[in-house]
Ligand binder design. Structure first.
Ligand code: AFP
Length: 329
C-alpha cells in the first residue's frame, strides 16, 4: 500500500514536527496542481492552448494556460488562512489575501506554468513553488517581506505534467516523489529520499547561446564536447527540454548538470531564470537530494534578493560537475 501525500505529511508532523498549517497549505497546493494537470491534459479539446494576448511583468507573451494556472493557484490558496501573501512569475507585485479571509504565517511563491513555450507542442511542462515564513503575522505581506534568501525556505516543490503527473517535494527532510493516481485522485509516494549521483555524463544547456557565455562556461562546455579525446577523457550526452521542471526532474531521476548561464549580452540580466520562484525552490530540492546549485560563483540559497523578479544564473545537479564549473569561475 503506497503512502498518500497526506499520510506522508502527517508522518512528518509526528516525526519531524512539521507545522500542521504548512501541511494544510501543501495539501491545498497539491490539489491545485491536480486541477492544472486536468486542464493541461485537455490540450486543444479544452480551448487552453495558444496565447492569451497579454504580456507578463517580464515582457513575455502569456499563454492561456499561464493565466489559468496562475488563477487556479491563487483561488485555491487565498481563503485557507495559511498565507500572508502570494507572488507569481505572472503577476507584477505580490497578490494580497482578500480582506474577507484571515492572514497566515507563510508566503507562497510560484511559477504557475513553467515551460510555456512547450505547451502548444505537447512537451512536458510544470508548476514550481516555494514557501517562506512570513516576517509579519496576521498582516498583508508587501514585496519586502518576500525578499528572503532561499536558505529560509521551509518547503519547495514542483509538479511535472508529463506522461505521469508527479509532485516532487521537500520539507527539509530529503526529497520525495509522489505520482498522481488518476483513478483515485491521490498523489501516492513512489520514490523516497531521492539521491542525485555525484558524477554524471549528461549535461543540459541551450547551446544556441554559446557565443554569449562567459569564458569559464565556454571552457567547461568545450571540455564536455571534446569527450574521450579531451581533458575529461569520457564522452558526454546532451539534453535540453527547455522546461526547467522537465530537465530538473530528469536530473532528480538519473543525475546530470543543468546550466542557464549569465548572458554577456545584458550584464543587468544575469541569465534567464528567476531567483525567487525558479532558482531557489530548485536549489533547495537539488541540495536536499545531495546535489549542488550555484550561480557560478555563489550557492544559490545564500543569495540575498533585492527584487521580487530578479534573475539568476543557474548551475545545478550532480555535485562534482557543479563544483567543477563553479571552480572555473
Ligand atoms: P518559458 O516558460 O517562457 O517557456 O521559459 C521556460 C524557462 O524559464 C525554463 O523552464 C527553461 O529552462 C528555459 O526558460 C528555457 O529557455 P530557452 O527557451 O532560452 O531555452
Amino acid at each position: 500500500m503506497k503512502l498518500s501525500l497526506t499520510h506522508y505529511l502527517i508522518r512528518c508532523e509526528r516525526e519531524h514536527g512539521l507545522d500542521s498549517d504548512l501541511r494544510l497549505l501543501l495539501e491545498t497546493v497539491a490539489r491545485a496542481c491536480k486541477t492544472i494537470s486536468h486542464a493541461v491534459g485537455k490540450g486543444a479539446l479544452g480551448n487552453v492552448l495558444g496565447n492569451a494576448g497579454t504580456t507578463n511583468v517580464q515582457g513575455e507573451a502569456q499563454k492561456k494556460l499561464d493565466l489559468l494556472s496562475n488563477e487556479i493557484l491563487f483561488e485555491a490558496n487565498c481563503w485557507g488562512g495559511h498565507l500572508a501573501g502570494m507572488a507569481s512569475e505572472e503577476m507584477h507585485g505580490p497578490m494580497g489575501i482578500p480582506v474577507a479571509y484571515p492572514r497566515g504565517k507563510y508566503l507562497l511563491l510560484f511559477d504557475p506554468l513553467d515551460g510555456s513555450s512547450n505547451i502548444d507542442v505537447n512537451v512536458s511542462i510544470g508548476t514550481i513553488f516555494s514557501v517562506l515564513p512570513s516576517p509579519l503575522t496576521g498582516e498583508d505581506a508587501g514585496e519586502a517581506a518576500f525578499l528572503q534568501s532561499g536558505a529560509r525556505q521551509v518547503c519547495a516543490g514542483y509538479t511535472v505534467y508529463g506522461p505521469q503527473t508527479s509532485l516532487v517535494l521537500t520539507v527539509g527532510h530529503g526529497v520525495q516523489v509522489f505520482t498522481l493516481d488518476r483513478d483515485t485522485g491521490s498523489f501516492l509516494l513512489t520514490q523516497s529520499d531521492v539521491k542525485i549521483p555525484v558524477d554524471t555524463c549528461e549535461f543540459a544547456i541551450n547551446m544556441s547561446n554559446a557565443r554569449h557565455w562567459e569564458t569559464p562556461v565556454k571552457r567547461y562546455v568545450d571540455e564536455l564536447l571534446a569527450g574521450k579525446t579531451g581533458p575529461r577523457g569520457t564522452d558526454f550526452n546532451m539534453r535540453w527540454v527547455a522546461s526547467m521542471v522537465a530537465d530538473v526532474h530528469r536530473i532528480m531521476t538519473r543525475g546530470g548538470i543543468f546550466m542557464y548561464p549569465r548572458d554577456a549580452r545584458d550584464p543587468a540580466k544575469p541569465g534567464r531564470l528567476r531567483l525567487m520562484y525558479e532558482g531557489n525552490p530548485m536549489a533547495f530540492l537539488i541540495e536536499q537530494a545531495g546535489g549542488a546549485a550555484t550561480d557560478g560563483r555563489r550557492r544559490i540559497l545564500d543569495i540575498e534578493p533585492t527584487k521580487l523578479h530578479e534573475r539568476v544564473a543557474v548551475f545545478l545537479g550532480s555535485s562534482n560537475e557543479v563544483e567543477r564549473v563553479t571552480s572555473y569561475h
